[in-house]
Design a protein around this ligand. Sequence first.
Ligand SMILES: Nc1nc2c(c(=O)[nH]1)N[C@H]1C(S)=C(S)[C@@H](COP(=O)(O)O)O[C@H]1N2
Ligand SMILES: [Mo]
Length: 403
Amino acid sequence: MRLSEVAYPPISSRQERTTSWLGLALAFSFTVCFVTGLISHFIQHPQPWAYDWWPTGPTWFYRVSQGLHVTTGLISIPLLGLKLWSVAPKFWKKLAPGDLRDILERVSILVLIAGSGFQLLTGMFNVAEAYQWKFFFPSAHYAVSWVTIGALLIHIAVKLPIIRRALGSSPPPADSADDVDDIDDGNVDSTESKAPAEGLGRRGVLALAGGAVGMTILATTGDKIALLSGVSALSQRSGNGSQGLPVNQTAKGVQVIEQITDPDWALVLDRSALGGTGEAKLALSLDDLRALPQHRARLPIACVEGWSVNADWEGVSIRTLLDLLDPALVNQGRRLRMNSLAKTLYGVSEVSGRLAADPDAMIALRLNGEVLNQDHGFPARLIAPNRPGAMQTKWLESIEILA
Ligand SMILES: Nc1nc2c(c(=O)[nH]1)N[C@H]1C(S)=C(S)[C@@H](COP(=O)(O)O)O[C@H]1N2
Ligand SMILES: [Mo]
């Protein structure tokens, strides 16, 4: 027997099962959260080889993916709390001198706890738009996700024998004296060493975990699932804002009121990057845009913060505009850059050649049957399928065709 085992009694098999089940639930929520997080990151920062790779449909895919990202992150908070609580006595277990394996394992667990804590807390504050920090959230959240998932893999690899033993064998009888003996046989006071999960029992802890997850989903998903908006006390975004759509940044907030109400406003199509002969720029007034063939589509705004709402959009398909500039352009698959009058965060976004060719990718002039409200991007904003809200640029000024 190793010294550490003498100093501290082994955790009972019943408790190992409880911890393993909680661990399994966390492994699931962390994996879904990590994968959907990567999806969101790479749509917003596409690699040069992947610009045209992201599909334009199904239109709701990003909406569901990002909803899962935020929801699995939020349910991980109570799950992680319970899991830490269920193994709490192990933290205070004396370190065996010279036990390198034990030291490495504890370091990986420390990294895992710190990384998870950082991800879940910064994610939660981001959803609440309560920025408590100086760093740029997306970069930090992305970098730490790799550290956390790496530490999680190490943790699972190290614990695999215990997990298999705990989940593979049949559960010990509910009031088996053996379990209690396991704990009481130790050399230290049993009340000190007893894992808290032991007192509640496996069923109790798992019921608590299930309840906490259910409550979290009910309380926070009303901003994605309209049916739940009535019971979702912690999701305030749904329905706030004009025309049935939340507003993330107002026209006043980015100081564009003067420019967007200017009767001389025009959307500039700019192909100067391509060189060649002919007019490099074409300016279209609001009346010009209204006179062009109008396209309608029902598409969601899906904010990276997790809220999402479907709406009816009406405007001019990007391909109609390209056609106007040069009929050859539509099939050339060139990337476009959308520039907003607001020179702030999210004031610029790129559209892939593949997306530009999709008729649902459009310069919207109307929303839910009305002229676009100033806060939703009047006179014209970008709306395109299967795309983060942050890239649906409002208050457009120009569209550049990239070489
Ligand atoms: N120019 C500009 N466009 C923008 C933003 C912005 O801050 N500036 N916010 C984006 C974000 S983060 C989202 S979620 C959507 C929200 O659109 P809505 O305010 O019309 O609901 O607009 C996007 N377009
Ligand atoms: Mo957003």
